[in-house]
Design a protein around this ligand. Structure first.
Ligand SMILES: Nc1nc2c(c(=O)[nH]1)N[C@H]1C(S)=C(S)[C@@H](COP(=O)(O)O)O[C@H]1N2
Ligand SMILES: [Mo]
Length: 198
């Protein structure tokens, strides 16, 4: 028996799993606002700065020595492509933020290269965000944000900062690069929060 429809790919799930207005990507598109920063692992650092200016920093060796988790998740870009069931490996932000003493509600994520994006701090906690350094079983390639990127799959994918360098915690919300350009402050794909005012 067996009905094989042209173009069927076994890995794909039904489009019912897609948020409104999204379609499946053919491959893993690269979406970068500027050139790909090349960051040497020997000089790479990840720094969390609290609202009082207290810094918590990790070298590449320290970050990759922390317990890592495997994550399989769907990702949704505001330009309307989605990918289902992508697999990653990285350190949970719960682990990185565990010893950080803060009263802040907001996070501004900074990337090597200067890009920024903002998120509520609570969206980085409770198993919803990772510092990802592996993608589909390989080191994360530079064009997709290597050495390491933020993976926070429940909002649109622009919140998943590539070449992540650090997080600044703040009492007041401050829009990042994308949000200043008109993207939504929060960006929930299931509510189609693409642009300010959605
Ligand atoms: N630093 C930085 N992070 C970024 C971007 C960027 O241009 N610079 N693009 C964002 C957008 S809009 C998307 S959809 C994803 C794209 O990730 P990819 O290029 O790995 O597909 O990265 C996000 N993170
Ligand atoms: Mo995007």
């Amino acid at each position: 028996m067996g009905i094989v429809s042209p173009g069927f790919r076994g890995r794909r799930r039904p489009a019912a799993d897609l948020p409104p207005g999204q379609h499946l990507a053919e491959d893993f598109p690269v979406l970068s606002a500027g050139p790909t920063p090349r960051v040497d692992r020997d000089r790479w650092r990840f720094t969390v700065t609290t609202e009082t200016g207290e810094e918590h920093g990790w070298s590449w060796r320290e970050v990759t020595g922390l317990p890592a988790e495997s994550v399989t998740t769907d990702i949704h870009c505001v330009t309307r492509w989605s990918e289902l069931g992508t697999t990653w490996r990285g350190v949970s932000l719960d682990t990185l933020l565990a010893d950080v003493d803060t009263a802040a509600d907001h996070a501004l994520v900074h990337s090597y290269g200067g890009c920024t994006t903002n998120l509520p701090l609570e969206d980085l906690l409770d198993g919803r965000a990772w510092l990802a350094h592996r993608y589909e079983g390989e080191d994360l390639p530079p064009e997709h944000g290597g050495p390491a990127r933020l993976l926070v799959p429940h909002p649109y994918f622009w919140k998943s900062a590539k070449w992540v360098r650090g997080i600044r915690l703040a009492v007041e919300d401050e829009p990042g690069f994308w949000e200043t350009l008109g993207y939504h402050d929060y960006g929930d794909p299931w509510r189609e929060q693409r642009y300010q005012g959605d």
